[in-house]
Write a protein that binds this ligand. Structure first.
Ligand SMILES: *Cc1c(COP(=O)(O)O)cnc(C)c1O
Length: 376
């Protein structure tokens, strides 16, 4: 048990906060528990991270992590949960390799374009599949996810892929599109576990761990059982969903350290009240930051349309771009790190995953208010 998880965060005098998009902060309680329990040798001469993945000890830890994740997300019975090595980009290739089934008339992949990561996913899919762009945001002024109606889904679409939360652009879908019989596949890397997610709406959800789950190296795949029937002849065994499901995610050595820490994170989320409680805190954090930006008389600008703004990756910039480097220097000195936007879009970005307590967001808001007062 993690005693008294500081879910709300405590104001520490020496506090420094990392707003990195990934790898990102881990909860303080998890970091402390990991150092106590994973790296110390027991009476049998092995630390948790030194145990073989085929042994009972690791198998039990994996099963425990899986059970907790299923409970948190209320994963329905007809889904399988896989703990795979690699990142979300491995899934950019694995999804078409596993789900296309030209012999059954499913020879095409549909992708919605909502920003940077959906385009990267599409680009990778084109190496394996004929790709149709199902939807894209018709560019007005503010950034937004594609409209939820009028999607183009070809009759031979094996699946339709969305990026549920665009980490770089700071764009999130306000609701899910209705893709009918075509299985909806989501890259949920930067929003999984930030709020409840209705798994039953998806054919498949994947997320690499280093944003909101744990350390890098692990990717979670939640897949509806009927999709495991597709032949996937070209998929290498470690990325073959059916083979991994049949072998309990242990076709080869899984990322054991990342899985052990993910298990601690799941336990911490349960102790914080589960995903409903997480969602409330996360919405509150994002709302107070966006409120500060919108109330700054144009000193700070959030370019994403309200209603499409990510609660985990808040993107903004200074109206006076020449102050950006100065803002970042001063923020760093005030203990607020990694606020630079992705090089692809520039500006600023604050990633507010589960492990960022409200105290960290409050510190950022105080700094931003003072900075605007001095330079506005
Ligand atoms: C970070 C990120 C990726 C890339 O993940 P890797 O694990 O580095 O391959 C893909 N999609 C989204 C939405 C991301 O946030």
């Amino acid at each position: 048990m993690i005693a008294n998880p500081p879910c709300r965060g405590v104001a520490q005098n020496d506090a420094a906060w990392s707003f990195a998009a990934g790898p990102s902060r881990l909860p303080d309680a998890v970091l402390a528990r990991a150092s106590e329990t994973l790296f110390r040798r027991d009476a049998h001469g092995a630390a948790a991270i030194e145990r073989p993945f085929t042994g009972d000890h690791f198998r039990e830890a994996l099963a425990d992590a899986q059970t907790r994740l299923i409970r948190l997300l209320q994963v329905p019975e007809h889904y399988r949960v896989l703990f795979l090595a690699g990142g979300a980009m491995h899934q950019f290739a694995a999804v078409p390799m596993n789900l296309l089934d030209p012999a059954a008339g499913l020879g095409r992949a549909a992708y919605a374009d909502s920003g940077y990561w959906s385009r990267r996913a599409m680009q990778e899919a084109r190496r394996h599949a004929n790709v149709t762009v199902a939807a894209r945001h018709a560019g007005s002024t503010a950034l937004a996810a594609p409209s939820l109606s009028g999607w183009h889904l070809p009759h031979d679409a094996a699946y339709c892929h969305i990026t549920a939360n665009e980490t770089v652009d700071g764009v999130a879908y306000p609701a899910l599109p209705d893709t009918g019989e075509v299985p909806l596949v989501a890259d949920a890397t930067s929003c999984i576990l930030s709020a409840p997610l209705d798994i039953a709406k998806f054919g498949l959800v994947y997320a690499s761990a280093q944003k909101n789950i744990g350390p890098a190296g692990l990717t979670i795949v939640i897949v509806r059982e009927d999709l495991l029937q597709r032949p996937a002849t070209a998929a290498p065994s470690p990325l073959h969903y059916g083979i991994q499901a049949a072998q309990g995610s242990c076709v080869n050595t899984p990322p054991t350290l990342a899985i052990l820490i993910a298990g601690l994170v799941f336990e911490w989320i349960e102790q914080c009240g589960g995903l409903t409680a997480m969602g409330e805190v996360n919405r509150r954090k994002a709302a107070s930051l966006y409120r500060t930006i919108d109330a700054s008389n144009g000193f700070y600008i959030a370019p994403v349309a309200p209603g499409h703004r990510s609660i985990t990756n808040a993107r903004f910039h200074l109206a006076n771009h020449t102050l950006t480097d100065h803002f970042l220097d001063e923020a760093e000195r005030a203990g607020l790190a990694h606020l630079r936007g992705h090089p692809h879009v520039g500006g600023l970005r604050a990633s507010l995953y589960n492990a960022m307590p409200e105290a960290g967001v409050d510190a950022l808001i105080r700094f931003m208010t003072q900075f605007a007062r001095r330079y506005g």
